[in-house]
Design a protein around this ligand. Structure first.
Ligand SMILES: NC(=O)c1ccc[n+]([C@@H]2O[C@H](COP(=O)([O-])OP(=O)(O)OC[C@H]3O[C@@H](n4cnc5c(N)ncnc54)[C@H](OP(=O)(O)O)[C@@H]3O)[C@@H](O)[C@H]2O)c1
Length: 257
């Protein structure tokens, strides 16, 4: 029960890494505010977390809107009266080179992957400062540290998350607020199947395609959302009281190559 009597906000908790983190945090005793745009999925996560014996409220929110970010923070303080942990997880993946990326894709990527992270931090800071404590965990990427091909807007945005994390860690260290980032490598989430990354109806062939696609990773497989969630728990809990400004790679060894 590493988060007993703590309250956490998880942005983008309707699926993938955010959902896995919500479930793990619930097992560790945290009361939760889970956000996202898909209310049906958010309500299902809310129900699953409550079954684990904690209080959990889903707040439908589009974090590209400042007013929605404000509503999430207000709802948390109204419901629980405190914010111990903010997990800035909501994000989108976009493709393109400097040449092929459109203005719209650039803006959309930065709106959610960077500006929303800053907005949420800005909104929880006065409360955390007043209490003299708080842990912020941002979801970066292995691409917060190294680059890749044909994903320029995404890589730029995750690079910015890395530096926002370090700069905020310095600015707020003496206020008792720790700021870190989890930096996942390729992690298999449902969205990949929804996006049609692995097509077909034969589960054996899909399994084989997934295995082949993950060959480049030293550990020989994609990560699981639950494996990223455990790293987020470390950064959010008192297990990491002397850790701030850290970008924690959870990438199966990919960036060691
Ligand atoms: N999977 C990977 O390989 C990987 C690797 C490195 C980093 N990451 C990072 O992990 C984070 C989570 O992604 P995931 O892989 O778990 O994929 P996912 O299942 O697609 O999760 C993305 C989450 O973000 C939410 N979201 C997106 N735009 C939003 C908006 N405008 N307002 C509110 N919520 C929004 C989505 O909720 P709604 O759709 O309900 O709004 C969803 O809950 C992202 O920041 C991603 O960059 C993932």
């Amino acid at each position: 029960m590493k988060l007993k009597n703590k309250t956490a906000i998880i942005t983008g908790g309707t699926s993938g890494i955010g959902k896995a983190t919500a479930l793990l945090f619930a097992e560790e005793g945290a009361n939760l505010i889970v956000t996202g745009r898909r209310a049906d999925k958010g309500k299902a996560v809310e129900t699953e977390c409550r079954r684990k014996g904690v209080r959990c409220v889903f707040v439908e929110a589009d974090h590209t809107r400042l007013e929605d970010c404000q509503r999430v923070v207000d709802a948390t303080l109204k419901e629980f009266g405190q914010i111990d942990v903010l997990f800035n997880n909501a994000g989108i993946v976009t493709k393109g080179t400097a040449e092929s990326t459109s203005e719209e894709v650039w803006r959309d990527t930065f709106d959610i992957n960077v500006t929303a992270v800053w907005h949420m931090c800005k909104l929880v800071l006065p409360h955390m400062k007043e209490r003299g404590r708080g842990a912020i965990v941002n979801n970066g990427s292995d691409w917060s540290l190294v680059a890749g091909r044909n994903a320029l807007p995404y890589i730029m945005s995750k690079g910015a998350v890395g530096m926002l994390t370090k700069a905020m860690a310095l600015d707020h260290a003496r206020e008792g607020i720790r700021v870190n980032a989890v930096c996942p490598g390729d992690t298999f989430v449902d969205r990949w199947m929804e996006k049609g990354y692995f097509e077909g109806s034969d589960p054996v062939k899909i399994e084989e395609a997934i295995r082949e696609a993950s060959e480049y990773i030293p550990l020989g497989r994609f990560g699981q959302p639950e494996e990223i969630a455990r790293a987020v728990l470390f950064l959010a809990s008192d297990d990491s009281t002397f850790v701030t400004g850290h970008l924690l790679l959870v990438d199966g060894g990919n960036t060691a190559q």
